[in-house]
Ligand binder design. Structure first.
Ligand code: NDP
Length: 246
């Protein structure tokens, strides 16, 4: 039986990297965390690690690009908890060479693959879970974007990302930012807040060894946006306490 007074959070791609650390930090706040993982074994291993730390964690098989998994996840959460308080759309992929300008070489296949995970799956999963988020007293949706989704910074010579142009990844995060703005507008009369997070450049499999930020700090923006108070922002784009330009 679940405890109706505890908040419930789903973190996609929660089995490693920033997602696992986000689950850990939300769990440490007393929130029940559902560790979404496309490979259930990896999800179970991550949930077991969190449980050993005293966190109420459960693994959930969820390949975000799989509609059957998305529907089954919604059904499971409905049956177990009757609502969802926090959705962290964290799962993401980047297949291009971080150091190259890939605009002239990116294939249509790469674009489609990256958009499937980083954009289309987020919209589909969020839609599947919206009825449960609406039942929360304070629903929060966090979309893991990136500073690389900022059109303003990409267009500004001298900005920190001006020469970091991974076309498919960057465009997928720009599209995700558009979703944040549109969904926040669609839900502006509800208690649900929707925001985009830039975690920082973080030492994970995706971020690489050269990244300056530790994972423990990389999860902080997601955790902050997942636990915003009722008078907190919606439809914004944040890194830690700072607002980023779209
Ligand atoms: P990692 O590569 O360490 O982890 C990515 C997670 O996403 C893994 O759990 C992976 O699962 C999961 N995932 C990928 N595809 C799917 C899928 N189809 N269904 C379910 N899960 C999936 O990356 P990070 O922790 O670094 O990244 C987390 C988010 O933060 C991403 O959205 C990324 O774009 C964003 N971000 C990261 C930055 C960084 O510097 N690290 C900078 C800016 C943004 P599996 O283990 O099975 O592969």
């Amino acid at each position: 039986m679940s405890d109706a007074t505890k908040k419930v959070a789903l973190i996609t791609g929660g089995n490693k990297g920033i997602g696992l650390e986000t689950a850990r930090q939300l769990g440490a706040l007393g929130i029940t965390v559902l560790v979404g993982a496309r490979d259930l074994k990896r999800g179970e291993a991550a949930a077991a690690e969190l449980k050993r730390e005293g966190i109420d964690a459960r693994a959930l098989k969820l390949d975000v690009v799989d509609d059957t998994d998305r529907k089954a996840a919604a059904k499971f959460i409905e049956k177990e908890f009757g609502r969802l308080d926090i959705l962290v759309n964290n799962a993401g992929i980047a297949s291009e060479d971080m150091s190259a300008n890939s605009t002239l070489t990116t294939t249509e296949e790469t674009l489609r693959t990256i958009f499937d995970t980083n954009f289309f799956a987020v919209v589909a999963l969020t839609n599947a879970l919206l009825p449960l988020l609406r039942k929360s007293a304070a629903g929060r949706v966090v979309n893991l974007s990136s500073i690389l989704g900022s059109l303003t910074l990409h267009a500004t010579a001298g900005s920190p990302i001006y020469n970091a142009k991974m076309f498919a990844y960057d465009a997928s995060k720009t599209a995700l930012n558009a979703y944040t703005i549109h969904l926040a507008h669609a839900l502006k009369e509800t208690k649900i807040k929707v925001n985009s997070a830039h975690p920082g450049w973080v030492k994970t499999e995706l971020g690489g060894e050269g990244a300056p930020m530790e994972i423990v700090d990389g999860a902080k923006t997601s955790v902050r946006l997942a636990t915003l108070p009722d008078d907190g922002p919606t439809g914004g784009y944040f890194h830690l306490g700072d607002t980023l330009p779209w």
